[in-house]
Design a protein around this ligand. Structure first.
Ligand SMILES: [Fe+2]
Length: 237
């Protein structure tokens, strides 16, 4: 065992023994706290929507030949890890969001903003062995009562489902007025608030499609899942 991991273990045990939660020491050496859950909201795709033909990781169009949805495109690069910071493979990451105009593809969404027929609205993605996932979408519009956000449902083998929401650093003004966002603790808010930035395109040898993706404003979202349900599995304290 490395001296760092034994130090982690010691500090975690010390924190628990002293009645402190591991949360309080996570910036030091203890376990990373799970991502805060949030309401699924009324617009989670109903079974009829979830039978739609298109649910891949490009929400900006229905298929590669379709017209492009309205709005500013972004790329989300994420990773799903356990509290021990190990990447989790084969995790289902579902995302759903409003289109640029702030409307969901859901019969319960009664606001009069127009639907975008070219926007995919939800996606179902699987993490790789490195726990990573990514998707291309558009900056979601604001709708009454909420700051812009993207909904996530994370389903991993033998773990409780996590439903959460991701927010945008650029929308700080609206984030601060959002009740669902503000009910989170400050450190939880920080963990679900993502900054997006564009980077210069790298190599000229890449094809045009790869370059088009790489030049999009990109944000990194780290999702931490709580302990497994499997009593036989080794879990952090
Ligand atoms: Fe929402």
């Amino acid at each position: 065992m490395s001296s760092q991991s034994s130090r982690r273990r010691f500090l975690t045990k010390a924190a628990i023994a002293s009645g402190l939660s591991a949360h309080l020491v996570h910036h030091g050496f203890a376990w990373e706290p799970p991502t805060a859950s949030a309401t699924k909201g009324p617009f989670y795709p109903i079974p009829e929507i979830a039978k739609q033909k298109y649910y891949d990781a490009d929400l900006t169009r229905l298929d590669p030949q379709s017209p492009v949805a309205q709005g500013d495109q972004i790329l989300v690069r994420g990773v799903v890890v356990g509290m021990d910071e190990k990447p989790l493979d084969q995790v289902i990451v579902e995302v759903w969001q409003a289109c640029a105009a702030g409307r969901y593809n859901h019969p319960q969404d009664k606001n009069d903003r127009p639907m975008d027929p070219n926007f995919q609205y939800w996606a179902k993605i699987l993490t790789g062995a490195d726990g990573a996932f990514s998707f291309r979408t558009i900056q979601p519009g604001k709708y009454p009562g909420r700051t812009p956000h993207i909904h996530y449902r994370i389903v991993a083998p033998k773990r409780p489902e996590l439903v959460t929401q991701m927010y945008f650093e650029s929308q700080d003004e609206f984030n601060k007025k959002d009740g669902i966002y503000m009910e989170l603790k400050p450190e939880q808010r920080k963990a679900v608030t993502v900054g997006f930035e564009s980077k210069p395109i790298g190599s000229d040898s890449k094809d045009a499609a790869t370059q088009a993706i790489e030049k999009l404003p990109t944000g990194h979202f780290r999702i931490v899942l709580g302990p497994t349900n499997d009593s036989k599995a080794t879990q952090p304290m």
